[in-house]
Design a protein around this ligand. Sequence first.
Ligand SMILES: CC(C)(COP(=O)(O)OP(=O)(O)OC[C@H]1O[C@@H](n2cnc3c(N)ncnc32)[C@H](O)[C@@H]1OP(=O)(O)O)[C@@H](O)C(=O)NCCC(=O)NCCS
Length: 196
Amino acid sequence: MSDFPKSIQLKDGTIASLHVMLESDLDNVIKFFQSIPDEDRLYLRSDTKNPENVRRRFGKLDYDLKYPLLVKIDDQIIGMATLFRSEYGWMRHLGEIRVVITQDYQRKGLATILTRELFFQALKRKLHKIQAELMDTQLSAITAFERLGFRKEATLKKHVTDVKGVRRDLIIMTLDVEDLWYLIDDYVKTPDFRIH
Ligand SMILES: CC(C)(COP(=O)(O)OP(=O)(O)OC[C@H]1O[C@@H](n2cnc3c(N)ncnc32)[C@H](O)[C@@H]1OP(=O)(O)O)[C@@H](O)C(=O)NCCC(=O)NCCS
């Protein structure tokens, strides 16, 4: 927490800031989800246009189990990424990452910066594996996660139903934390590590 806020530079030179979400950000987060266009919301797990769903998920924060990062320009949220972890049971060493970037700021390296930050959090929490769940039609997101070191591990046929009621394959992409150490070593050496 003490490392935040951080100043970051996007690929086009825009300066933004990276924050850990506070409970007082909730109204702003609700606004952010409402601003996401339908074609991107299609892939989100719950109907985030409904403030109740956002409130249920982010109203009460326990950073060990749910670690949300926000990207802001002034007070406007332009991106969000969260590391989720199960509390008990055989999934407790598994983390899940979910990312949403507002359309005007996509392809500027934000998902990459956010996900890398969450990788450090995954290591702190001694997670063994991180996963991302995507629909087969999310080709850009699949490419983005592949670029970050995730690999397709499983395809569950007709496992999910999109908001239009169409049954889709669920792609499970994973990254083993042992591999993460090598990736992080590369990140800190590469010039596109843009956190100041
Ligand atoms: C998927 C998503 C998170 C990517 O965010 P982003 O900030 O645009 O990603 P980055 O700029 O860090 O892109 C990293 C790489 O991913 C790939 N990529 C990202 N968007 C892409 C697109 N639309 N088409 C093709 N490749 C894409 C590229 O290889 C890119 O690197 P490059 O720009 O140097 O070629 C964003 O498009 C989004 O929020 N989509 C809607 C919600 C969603 O699908 N979330 C994922 C579910 S968890």
